[in-house]
Design a protein. Structure first.
Length: 200
């Protein structure tokens, strides 16, 4: 069996930081633009990573991937559920705690998907992952009207007043920006996808 990529493993390890068996965490996009990432430490050696959506009032996991951490401390896809499509794939069969059979081709396809998915998560949930990497394990959505990034910033008490002021201005600008606004460096027209076109 081949493990998932090191970069995907790094993202998953970050998301699982300080979780004990039976505990879970939700990484939230404060603007609500992307689906939250849910991670759960199932046992010492297994974890689940999922996006959840809602259909007819029911939570639907798509995808929901269960991973096993091998003796080499690398992650391997065990199974994957795609609830919207009604699909369940099992890649590895276990006897006790030991894998005994694996569908290598399907598992390699899943690993390619997981690598792409975790690259997207790094972009979409980057702020929440950065908090986790700094040891701040709160990853929830702020109260309405609260500053989105305020808790994300480490202000160096030894830094000059100008640096602290510039950092505070950057935070205020970020918190004031909404995804529907067109930044000054963008033209007023929008492209076919509805996103602003960049100048140049």
């Amino acid at each position: 069996m081949r493990p998932i990529s090191l970069s995907a493993s790094h993202t998953i390890n970050t998301a699982l930081a300080n979780l004990h068996p039976g505990e879970s965490r939700r990484l939230v996009d404060p603007h609500g633009s992307y689906m939250d990432l849910c991670v759960e430490r199932l046992t010492e050696r297994t974890a689940a990573v999922a996006h959840y959506g809602e259909q007819n009032g029911d939570l639907m996991a798509d995808p929901d991937v269960e991973l096993w951490q091998g003796p080499d401390d690398r992650w391997y896809a065990v199974n994957m559920t795609q609830a919207y499509l009604g699909i369940y794939h099992q890649f590895v069969e276990f006897e006790g705690q030991r894998p005994v059979r694996a569908n290598i081709r399907a598992q390699n396809d899943a690993h390619a998907f997981i690598s792409t998915w975790m690259r997207n998560v790094e972009v979409q949930q980057g702020a929440a992952l950065a908090r986790l990497r700094r040891g701040d394990y709160w990853t929830g959505r702020p109260e309405a009207g609260a500053a989105v990034v305020e808790a994300d910033v480490d202000v160096d008490v030894n830094a000059g007043e100008a640096e602290a002021e510039a950092e505070a201005e950057a935070i205020a600008a970020f918190n004031a920006w909404t995804p529907n606004e067109v930044p000054s460096e963008c033209e007023s027209e929008r492209g076919p996808s509805g996103l602003p076109r960049l100048k140049g």
